[in-house]
Structures are given as C-alpha cells and as structure tokens.
Design a protein around this ligand. Structure first.
Ligand SMILES: *Cc1c(COP(=O)(O)O)cnc(C)c1O
Length: 379
C-alpha cells in the first residue's frame, strides 16, 4: 500500500503554473517586488479581508522581522504549544520568552493566565492560533490595551479563517501567515505579515531588502527575506483553487468527526462559536482510550500511515534553554503534548483512506499490528 503522509502539498495543474510563469522569460525580472509579487500581494489582502500585506520568503522571517520592527525589549509572553519558529523568533531578537499555559479546550493561550505573567519588562504578547483554532482575541486585546503591550499573532495555521465574518488577519497589531508547502495555502516556501499599520509595512519592506531606502542610502541593518516571482506565481495559482481545497479538507474532517466523534477516551476540538474554520489540522487527544498516543502512532506506522506528534516536544523544553524553564509550569500544555496526535489531512486525502485510518485506531484486535509491533520490539 502507498504510504499516507500526514500532509501533502496542494499544487496547481502543471500547465496552469507554466502559463503563469511564462512571462517571466520575457521580463527576466525574477525578484524584488516584481509583477507576480504585486499581483499576489493585492489578491491576498483581498482574500484575507485585510488592509496591508507584506510578503516574505517564509513565515518565520516574517515573524522575526516584525518583532524587530516594533523595537521590543525585555519579555514577551507566548505559548510553548507551537512550532519551534514562534519561540525562536523571539529569542533570535534577543528577547526573553515567558511561557503561558494553554487552555484545555482548543489549546490556544490561556487568557486567564496572561496577566499574572506580566512584569515591568513585558512589551508584547505573541499568541498562536494553533491548528487554526482562534485565540480569545477580545480578551487578549483588553489585556494588551490595559498594559500597553503589542500583540503579534502567529497565524501560520489560520489562513482564511474568519470570526463572525471578519478575517482573522485583522486582529492585534500584526498577524504572521505561513505559506510553507505543508500549509493550507502554499507558495512553496513563503509567508506574509498582515496589519492595519501602514508604517509597519513600510518598515518591513525596507528591512526585508537589506535596509535599503534609496540608490545611495541604507537606513537599517536589514536582512534579505523577499519573496521571489516563482513563489508568488505558485501562490497566484494555488489561490485560484483554495476554496475548493478547503471544502475538500472539510469533507475529510467531517468524516473523521463521524468516525471518532463519539468514542470514549478520544477528544476532538470543535471551532469556537462564530469561527469559520480552514480545516488545517486534525488533532486528536487520547485520554483514557484503549491505546496511548504513542501506541496509536506506532500502530498507524505499521500500516504505512504517518501521523505526527504535533506539538511535541513543547518549545519550553528545547535543549538550548538549558534549565531555564520548567515544563511543569505549563501543565496543560505538558499534558496535551503527551497525548495529542495530528492525523493525516490534506485536500486530496481519499475518504476511504480516512476510514482505513479510523479502523486501525478503533479496531481493538488488530492482530496484524500487534505482531508487527512485537517483532519491532524484539529487533
Ligand atoms: C509553519 C509555522 C511557522 C513558520 O513558517 P515557515 O513558513 O515554515 O517559516 C511558524 N509558526 C507556526 C505555528 C508554524 O506552524
């Protein structure tokens, strides 16, 4: 049987892409705010219901440069239940991440715990719309206003998600989206900052191009994080197909809910009221189920099905911290990280394969799995 990976990149028809990149051979303009770049920037602002966008070569650098652009100092409150990038972007700016626990319902930052972590050193909050689950944005805004903090959302998972009909990109001071190959919408590698702050976009556009402000002037020690024309062309094509892709993802998620929704010991998360999901991930928490998370992971693997322990380990347990952080101070994140598995989910995943995956998880006397696992233990 063909292996089933946890994700598979959406790609346009090859002819469609060829057609889109053809004129690059006429202009021979490959990067630096070219025609495709401008077109995609405009289309994305519209799609994401946003005012200003700045495109980047990847999501991580978009976040790193945004933190830099705000001239933050001291401490930044964030969550450890995320991809390495969120925490690394804070640290690479010379700032101290202060880890806040998550809530046990949708794994976003626990707004009840934020205020007690604020000190006179705190300058920002970097929450994560993890799995495309939207944070309690109203409460975060209230706290940020009260203590005069910047809010930069890691919205890497939240492409196209709306809350009460409004694009989620409009929350906070800025939102970072990732267009990495594994995300709902991809430009191969890529990312963007969405914000209402025109000054921020101006500064980012300079910072991501070496700090250059004119033919003979460099005002910042910037870097290079520009999106090139081939990435932008991929984005233009993928954006044409995005609504169909999200509908196909929804069909997969609906089937998972049908099969796993009412099983003792399996916890799924539903979007908050008013949230229109993008069906980016399908996280399953095993709590009191017949098998542990690790057992389910191994069982699927014996059948060539690859799920992911996403997010494990927590970012506050990374080796490079030494013993600066204690994961017991974020007990909910610690518990979920040990129990959660994200199951395969992508637009082209066959519903028959979803059934197969659910059968393996639910079937208690899967003797074939047991035999293979026993053998691998002996080896
Ligand atoms: C993918 C991702 C990023 C980084 O995006 P890249 O485009 O891969 O650099 C940041 N945060 C989270 C939560 C992500 O999943």
């Amino acid at each position: 049987m063909e292996p089933i990976q946890v994700t598979k990149s959406s790609m346009p028809d090859i002819q469609e892409y060829m057609e889109e990149i053809k004129d690059l051979w006429d202009s021979q303009w490959l990067t630096n705010n070219g025609v495709k770049h401008k077109k995609l920037e405009g289309q994305l602002s519209k799609y994401l219901d946003a005012e200003k966008a700045s495109l980047f070569t990847n999501g991580h650098l978009a976040l790193e440069y945004t933190i830099e652009a705000f001239n933050l100092t001291g401490e930044v409150i964030t969550t450890p239940f995320t991809f390495a990038s969120t925490t690394n972007a804070i640290i690479r700016n010379g700032l101290k991440p202060v880890f806040c626990d998550i809530n046990p319902y949708d794994y976003t930052i626990s707004t009840d715990s934020i205020e007690r972590l604020i000190t006179d050193q705190t300058t920002a909050i970097v929450p994560v719309h993890v799995y495309g689950n939207i944070c309690d944005v109203d409460e975060i805004e209230r706290i940020a206003k009260k203590y005069n903090l910047k809010v930069i959302y890691d919205a890497a998972h939240a492409f196209g998600v709306t809350v009460n009909g409004m694009g989620v990109a409009n929350c906070g001071d800025a939102s970072m989206f990732s267009f990495h190959a594994t995300k709902v919408f991809n430009t191969i590698e890529g990312g963007a900052i969405i914000t209402k702050n025109e000054e921020l976009v101006k500064k980012l556009n300079i910072l991501k191009n070496h700090g250059i402000t004119g033919p003979e002037s460099v005002e910042y020690a910037g870097g290079n994080a520009k999106m090139n024309e081939f990435q932008a062309a991929m984005g233009i094509c993928n954006l044409r197909n995005i609504d169909g892709d999200i509908q196909k993802r929804k069909a997969v998620v609906d089937r998972y809910f049908e099969r796993l929704g009412n099983v003792n010991g399996i916890r799924l998360c539903k979007p908050r009221l008013g949230v229109e999901s993008n069906y980016a991930y399908f996280p399953v928490v095993f709590d009191g189920f017949r098998f542990s998370r690790d057992e389910v992971f191994e069982r699927l693997k014996t059948k060539n099905i690859y799920s992911r322990k996403y997010f494990y380990p927590l970012t506050n347990s990374f080796e490079y911290h030494g013993d600066k952080y204690d994961i017991n101070k974020t007990p909910v994140a610690k518990d979920i990280a040990e129990r959660v598995l994200t199951l395969p989910l992508y637009a082209d995943l066959d519903l028959k394969d979803v059934d197969k995956i659910c059968d393996i998880i639910l079937n208690s006397d899967n003797t074939e799995c047991d035999a293979i696992l026993a053998l691998s233990r002996e080896e």
